[in-house]
Design a protein around this ligand. Structure first.
Ligand SMILES: CC(C)(COP(=O)(O)OP(=O)(O)OC[C@H]1O[C@@H](n2cnc3c(N)ncnc32)[C@H](O)[C@@H]1OP(=O)(O)O)[C@@H](O)C(=O)NCCC(=O)NCCS
Length: 161
């Protein structure tokens, strides 16, 4: 568990979430994403091999990250924040907490997929040391068609040094 005092005296806490949190997580995902994960899918992410962290501002859940880890491969299944809390460093803090947890696992690489148009998320990942490893053309649905998924990877063995 980590607690930080942000500017203005706001208390930010990052801690592991439980299945009871799935409903609130689905509400956050619905506000953060155009095509969010359903509550049912989120609930299924509390099984074996998953790790789920939430960020709380003044004790209110306002974002989360879901990781899947199996042997050397870890994957970011989702990371999102309520729109009002984006761009204030909490996404970076969630990712860094996730990386701290992964440092104590067998994981050697962290993988993710991101929409080509998602400049904020891509900037965050590049800043953390992710590299682009590929592209799935037309993988995501959009309002008017499809868009590419950019595949990214972070070498955890190098980033831990
Ligand atoms: C993507 C997301 C999790 C990032 O979290 P965030 O709290 O908004 O990002 P942060 O404030 O921690 O910013 C981290 C870095 O990203 C970059 N960044 C953030 N927003 C940006 C923007 N709008 N444009 C460009 N770069 C941006 C900054 O360079 C920042 O780097 P710095 O720490 O060196 O200043 C958040 O914006 C979000 O929930 N978006 C909607 C859901 C989503 O797209 N999830 C990703 C699915 S792959």
């Amino acid at each position: 568990m980590a607690a930080n005092l942000a500017a203005g005296g706001t208390v930010i806490e990052i801690r592991e979430l439980q299945p009871d949190d799935a409903n609130l997580m689905a509400q956050i995902a619905a506000k953060a994403h155009t095509h969010p994960m359903s509550e049912q899918t989120i609930t299924s992410c509390f099984g074996r091999f998953y790790y789920v962290l939430g960020v709380f501002v003044d004790q209110q859940l306002c974002g989360f990250i879901i990781l899947h880890q199996l042997f050397e491969d870890a994957t970011v299944m989702d990371i999102c924040l309520l729109p009002d809390y984006q761009g204030q460093g909490m996404g970076r803090q969630l990712m860094q907490s996730a990386l701290s947890w992964l440092a104590n696992t067998e994981a050697e690489q962290l993988l993710l997929e991101v929409r080509r148009s998602n400049v904020a998320a891509i900037a965050l990942y590049l800043n953390l040391g992710f590299i682009e490893t590929g592209c799935r053309q037309g993988y995501y649905r959009t309002e008017h068609g499809t868009e590419d998924a950019i595949l990214m990877q972070l070498n955890l063995l190098l980033s831990a040094q």
